[in-house]
Every structure is written in C-alpha cells, then in structure tokens.
Design a protein around this ligand. Structure first.
Ligand SMILES: *[C@@H]1O[C@H](CO)[C@@H](O)[C@H](O)[C@H]1NC(C)=O
Ligand SMILES: *[C@@H]1O[C@H](CO)[C@@H](O)[C@H](O)[C@H]1NC(C)=O
Ligand SMILES: *[C@@H]1O[C@H](CO)[C@@H](O)[C@H](O)[C@H]1NC(C)=O
Ligand SMILES: *[C@@H]1O[C@H](CO)[C@@H](O)[C@H](O)[C@H]1NC(C)=O
Ligand SMILES: *[C@@H]1O[C@H](CO)[C@@H](O)[C@H](O)[C@H]1NC(C)=O
Ligand SMILES: *[C@@H]1O[C@H](CO)[C@@H](O)[C@H](O)[C@H]1NC(C)=O
Ligand SMILES: *[C@@H]1O[C@H](CO)[C@@H](O)[C@H](O)[C@H]1NC(C)=O
Length: 564
C-alpha cells in the first residue's frame, strides 16, 4: 500500500493551482452511463467568463470523465513548474468512478467498488504542442442549437425558473454563450405532427391563406423573447430551413417519401419563404439566414430510411429554383434582401459534387449562396477532405455545421445515454476536426429532449446536450455533450480567428489527443486540448510569442487553455 499513499502524497504536494470560488459548480449526479449536472428551479451550474487579469496569467478550464465540469485552474508563466489539473478523484475520495492514479512515472487503475488497484507500467507521455499566432485561418461566427417544435413543447412544460436556466445555460456568457438558433419553416421531424403554412386551400399559387404565422411559431417567438432577456443577448441570430412544402405542391402529394416540388410551384415556394421572413420580421424576430431546404436528398434517395417530413431535390433542379426563383425573390425584396442563403444543408458526403452539379445546371446559381451548410451524421465514415475541396472552390462562403446529434444510427442507443462521456468525446473530436477544416461555427440539433429522446411524431429518438425530466418536470440534466460544445462556444466569441495549433510530429493516426487554437477579439489565445487516453498526459505547449506552458492533464479530459 505504501506506493499508493506515496502517490496521494504526490497529488497533495503538486502545485495547488487556485480554483475559483465564484463559480456555481456542477451538481454532479451518477447516472446509467456516467454522470450529469443536475439543475432545478433554484440551482444550476454557471461559470463567469474567466478574465485574464495580468499578462502572466494562464487559466485552464477543464472537464473530465471523472467528474470535472468547467473546473477553473490558474497558473503563471513565471512559474517553472507545470500546471497540474487535478481530477475529481484526487480531491473527492468518495467519488466512486473508475480512475487512474498516477505519480510521475507510473499509473494505477482504480475500478469502482474494487479495493485493489491494478498496476499499469505506463509512463506519462509528454506531448509537444506548437501554437503559432502568425499563421491565421478562418473566423468564428456562430455557435447554437435548434429550437424545434419539440424543444418549444418541452420547455413549455417547465416552470419559468427552470426554463430560464435552460436559456441562461445555453445563451448567457455565464453559460455556454450560444448566439444562434436554427428553426424550421413549418414543421420538422421534431414536431408533434407534420405541418406547413397554407396546407389549405390546395393549388393556391399566391398562398392566399398564408397571412399569419402558426400558433406554434407564436409560442416559439414568446420563448425566444424571454431567452434574449434572460441571456442578456442583444442579438440572436436565427437560421430558418424548410423540411417540406405542403403536400399539394409536391409530386407525390405526401409529407414524406419520394417526392419533389412540382415545377409549377417553384415561384410559390420562393414566395412561401419570403412570407415567412416578412411575418417573422413583423414580430420583431428577424431571420438572419435561411437554407435552400433541409436534407434535400431525403426525398430523392433517402426515403427508404427517412419517414419524416422531407422534400427531394437534385442539385440540378435546386440550382434552377435558386437561380430563377428563391435567389431573385429574396435579393429583390425591399425588406429581406440581406437575409443570407446557405446551400446544401445535407451530409458531408455530398460535398463538393453537389455544388459542381448546381453550377453545371445554372452557372450563376452559386452566386446566390452566402454560405454552405453541412450535417454531421456520417462524418465518422467520410473524411474532411471533401469539405476542404468545397472550401478551396468557394473560399469566400461561410461554412457552418447546421445539424448534429447522436443516437440516429442502427448501432447506437436510440435516445439519451445519460452521462455518457463517450458521446461527449464524439462531439469533442467532431468540433475539433471541423474547426480545423475551415468551419466558422456549428449549430447542434435539439437544445433539449425528454428522457426517451423525444417526443416527435415519428418516434425518432436521439440524444441531446440537455435532457429534461418530463416526468417530474423539476429537473434538467446537462450531459457531457453540453460541456464538450461549451469548451468551444463559451470561449470563442464571434470574430475569434483560428490560429495554427498542432501536435508536434503528429504522425500516429490513432493518437487520442487533439488540439485546436484561436486568437480571440481581445487578443487572448484559447487552445482546446483533448486527452482521450485512459492515462494522464503532460503537454508542453509552445506559443510562438510566449514560450512554453507545461500542463499535466488527467485521463479522458478536455480543456480550454486561455492566456494573453
Ligand atoms: C435544487 O438543487 C439544490 C442543489 O442540489 C438543492 O439544494 C435544492 O434542495 C433543490 N431544490 C429543489 C426544489 O429540489
Ligand atoms: C516496467 O518498466 C520498467 C522501465 O520503466 C522496466 O524496467 C520494467 O521491466 C517494467 N516492468 C514490467 C512488469 O513490464
Ligand atoms: C386556412 O388555413 C386554416 C388553417 O390554418 C384552415 O382552417 C382554413 O380552412 C384555411 N382556409 C381555406 C380557405 O382553406
Ligand atoms: C452562363 O449560362 C448562360 C446561358 O445559360 C450563358 O449565356 C453564359 O455565357 C454562361 N456564362 C458563363 C460564364 O459560362
Ligand atoms: C425524473 O424524476 C422522477 C421523480 O423525481 C425520478 O423518479 C426519475 O428518476 C427522474 N428521471 C431521471 C432520468 O433521472
Ligand atoms: C520532430 O521531427 C523532427 C523532424 O522530423 C525532429 O528533428 C524532431 O526531433 C522531432 N521532435 C520530437 C519531439 O520528436
Ligand atoms: C518554441 O518554439 C520556438 C519557435 O516558435 C522555438 O524557437 C523554441 O526553441 C521552442 N522552444 C522549445 C522549448 O521547444
């Protein structure tokens, strides 16, 4: 037992970096797959934006499988010693989770409820990270999530105080500082039934019955107004996307299946978008951007698997509609001409060929696009090179990931895995990869779902960063996914610029370590470091202007390192 005590002693003697007292810490609860942070109407965890008060200060914000959530540790450039991020188990001996206990050269594995420690003869690796502020890439613009019909419905069930904690947790500076929501124009798969404007009368070219928004929109608008107040947001960017036209405009006269827009309604469908924009503006909730339609391939090739509202487009057809109808209708509008238009809004594997096909059909069609929208779902099977190619061909266009969630695949749990660190790690790897491949931001899918991962009218159950207890309606659970996203969104305000940050001699594709770096508008640097190993890692971060920062990071953890 001697060596174990020795190692605890080491942990205690390690430089005790100061931890913040002002923060409202996570109320950590063990769950089926790990642990979540619990909020109720009177308590929720928040972290004030860390201020770097003097130029020698280093602030590290950390989350770990073992239970850290936005833990703040501070250090100093002047110190010769490495900054040690202490994991939960080293400070809380009652926390029963598997953990690895380490001294300088050896590691022990501690399994939950087993008193013996297994000896691993592993040494802690040192990873050298190069941060070069002189090499600059894209700007950050948006982080956010989707305000679907399901989200609106679930929030409505909660007491106002608990709703407010959802808004504050996501959009306030003390939360994870989102600035954008995505919402459907009409219904989406996360609604309680499929719906569109002007379902009646049919064959109505001028949309005579689309004179006001739906009651579901009005509820969302009330909630978004509250959100802006609670989150102290001056500007909330809203991105709209339509899932399907009313059935009468479609070749199959249905919400789903193999069906496209009838050509005689091309202009009607453009007008439909314009009317939505005008009605939202009239409610003082202007739309920042729209896309050319959610997942256009669902109604062309995806209909075997997709049983929710969708409308098919081939790239050739969509280029004609964009170029002849939607583009001119928006750009010539007296009030909506500045609304941005994003193309594709579908999976990565359609890049870049979708746009090449559009161009071959209407050579000016791409000029109507301000941005490119990508969904995450098949990224683990399709590499980012396709995005690189699209960016190379259209470097001036914004690039956003506009949808992501876990639990849609046949081999995944269809619904939340409460507390799953692994799912958080999937997000961490994905956000890191996209930000290293030209993306300006990321909009996640449902802000909240219930314990089953719904509800919605097609029983399509998936996970979300925040799960509502829809049974008691008294608690919400912040998943590891929430913190994975937050390590980006909270610390990267719009106008932050990605800078070079890489692991020196990164050659091993199986390395479970990644970094991505940014310079923020105030000049400070934010480097996001992910350790996916079951062992701690030492990081020697060498900044081109400041020199070396030494860090000891716990197993299965991620960190945002901030300094000037
Ligand atoms: C809310 O959570 C806090 C922190 O766990 C707890 O002290 C408080 O009793 C809870 N309030 C209610 C109404 O359950
Ligand atoms: C453990 O590592 C040391 C070197 O650090 C080596 O000498 C020793 O043989 C190793 N023991 C085992 C059991 O692998
Ligand atoms: C207009 O739409 C409403 C539903 O939004 C419907 O009740 C009404 O019958 C429609 N009017 C006509 C003339 O079809
Ligand atoms: C674009 O297409 C039109 C006809 O569709 C043609 O007149 C024009 O020359 C083309 N422009 C370019 C740059 O290829
Ligand atoms: C939701 O709350 C009820 C009542 O307090 C509780 O029994 C249930 O375990 C909670 N659900 C989850 C997922 O924690
Ligand atoms: C990295 O690679 C360079 C050249 O391949 C080599 O000179 C250097 O020693 C390597 N550094 C480390 C830390 O392995
Ligand atoms: C840090 O990087 C600089 C180049 O930016 C290099 O000159 C210096 O030797 C590096 N320091 C260490 C300790 O690796």
């Amino acid at each position: 037992m001697i060596h174990i005590w020795h190692c605890f002693l080491f942990a205690l003697l390690a430089i005790r970096a100061g931890t913040s007292a002002q923060q409202m810490p996570c109320d950590l609860r063990e769950t089926s797959h790990g642990s979540v942070c619990v909020c109720n109407s009177t308590y929720c965890d928040y972290l004030e934006q860390p201020e770097i008060t003097d130029s020698n200060q280093i602030v590290v914000i950390s989350s770990s499988k073992d239970g850290l959530r936005f833990q703040k540790t501070t250090g100093d450039f002047a110190s010769q010693k490495p900054l040690v991020v202490e994991d939960k188990q080293s400070t809380d001996e009652n926390f029963k989770a598997e953990a690895i206990v380490v001294d300088q050269s050896r590691a022990w594995l501690q399994l939950a409820n087993i008193p013996q420690r297994l000896f691993i003869n592993a040494s802690v690796r040192t990873i050298r990270v190069v941060v070069n502020r002189e090499k600059r890439f894209q700007k950050v613009s948006n982080f956010g999530g989707a305000f679907t019909g399901t989200v609106s419905y679930l929030l409505k069930q909660l007491r106002q105080e608990l709703q407010d904690h959802v808004y504050k947790s996501y959009f306030h500076q003390d939360g994870i500082a989102y600035n954008t929501v995505r919402m459907s124009i009409g219904g989406s798969d996360f609604d309680l039934e499929p719906w569109a404007y002007n379902e009646w009368p049919r064959n109505d070219l001028q949309l005579s019955n689309f004179t006001q928004l739906d009651s579901r929109d009005l509820q969302k608008i009330e909630q978004l107004k509250r959100l802006k107040v609670v989150a102290e947001l001056d500007e909330l960017k809203i991105m709209g996307a339509a899932w399907s036209a009313p059935p009468w405009m479609k070749t199959n006269d249905r919400w789903t299946g193999f069906g496209q827009l009838k050509t005689e309604y091309y202009q009607t469908w453009a007008l439909y978008h314009l009317k939505f924009l005008e009605l939202m503006q009239a409610k003082n909730m202007p739309i920042w951007a729209i896309s050319t339609g959610n997942e256009p391939l669902n109604g062309v090739i995806g209909f075997f698997f997709v049983h929710f509202m969708s409308m098919g487009w081939t790239p050739w057809q969509q280029a004609i509609w964009l170029s002849d109808n939607l583009g001119p209708t928006i750009r010539r509008s007296s009030t909506q001409s500045k609304v941005l238009i994003f193309g594709n809004d579908d999976q990565r594997y359609t890049y870049p060929s979708w746009f090449r096909k559009m161009r071959s059909s209407r050579n000016n069609s791409l000029s109507y696009l301000d941005g490119l929208a990508v969904h995450w779902y098949w990224d683990e099977l399709v590499g980012p090179q396709l995005i690189d190619q699209a960016h190379l061909e259209m470097p001036e266009k914004l690039l956003l990931n506009t949808e992501s969630c876990i639990g849609d695949k046949p081999w995944q749990t269809h619904g939340p895995e409460l507390g799953s660190w692994q799912r958080g790690e999937s997000y961490m790897r994905a956000y890191t990869q996209d930000m290293r491949h030209h993306f300006n931001g990321w909009l996640d899918w449902n802000l909240v779902l219930d314990e089953r991962g719904g509800p919605n009218y097609v029983n399509n159950f998936v996970d979300a960063p925040v799960i509502v207890n829809a049974t008691s309606r008294r608690e919400i659970y912040k998943q590891p996914i929430f913190y994975a996203i937050g390590h980006f969104s909270k610390f990267l305000p719009a106008e932050s610029v990605r800078i070079e940050a890489r692991i020196e001699n990164e050659s091993n594709p199986f390395t479970q370590l990644s970094v991505v770096g940014f310079q923020r508008p105030d000049g400070s640097v934010a480097v996001i470091v992910y350790n996916g190993q079951n062992l701690p890692v030492d990081v020697a971060l060498n900044d081109s202007q400041r020199g070396v920062i030494g860090l000891r990071l716990p197993p299965r953890s991620w960190h945002t390192v901030l300094y000037k």
